[in-house]
Design a protein around this ligand. Sequence first.
Ligand SMILES: [Zn+2]
Length: 339
Amino acid sequence: MNDYIKSLTGLTDNLITFDPRVAEDDRLKIISANPTARHPFARQEHCELYLRQSYPNACPVCGQLMRKNGFKTVYLRGLEINGRPLVLVIAKQKYLCPVSVECPTLVTDLARVQGINVNHQIMPNVQQRMLLALTEIHSVKDIANQLHVSQTTVYRQMSQLKRHFRPKRHWLPEVLALDDFKAGRFATSGMSMALMNGKTHELIDVIESRTNTCLRNYFYRYEYAVRANVKLIVVDLYQPYRSLIRDLFPNAAIVADRYHVVVQAYQALNHVRTQTMKALPSKDKLARALKRYWRLLVKDAAKLNWHDFKRRTGFGGAQLNEREVIDRLTATSDALSPA
Ligand SMILES: [Zn+2]
């Protein structure tokens, strides 16, 4: 699809083109207000953008290529251009499949535009603006004025938008990410939990408190089959969650997110190192080396220096590179040596 159309309208369909019947200079046209027009948006000054949607279409009954049968014009309200509301005038291809042996009744169809519901007269990005405006305290009149739609439209959208506020209870993603965060003044508990689709990183919902009871009550609202469908849960290593997750999501593997894994691995390694040190006499050269070279032990193996041989304290004056220091340190203890 033309990038110009994309940026102007927010459409994502790659097949849509300018309407070839409209001259290039007239593709985006300012239309003056017509107080007697049927469409409410035509009663005010607006911009019209002329588009066409047509593609080869297979008959849903017999599977053969359908015959093209003229166009149907639909109107979609888009965002504004230079303060004027934008109206997308889309010529949608009409199709028909004539009666044949394989197709006993006449089948008709209409070209679709990706991301646009057939019954909608408003572009999704206008809806999103409305949703955003509705989350703040604005009067319906303000929103209607800002987005160049009637107040009735805002009210109608409000009822449609309700479903955006109410997450679906019959669906959870295969990969579910749980992330706790400080909710500040929005929650009494202090810590809240964000529920995200682990693949798309879309926010699904926010659970006000991350207490066990609260999480359990929350997830029990989803049917068992829905919870059983979750394959992977990404969570930090906050221990209480783990048994809860096993109860609630019978088929899910728990994956600790990377940051938390690194922190825990680091802590575990440090613990082993200090235990090894404590097991040695305090004046022992190796004990002091373990203390001195702790940074090397946690260094990324790929970043270790293999080239510079230096005199290292604690190894009897041997000239060693970083890798050798680590080998000698880990050789002091079974727990420290790589598995
Ligand atoms: Zn057919």
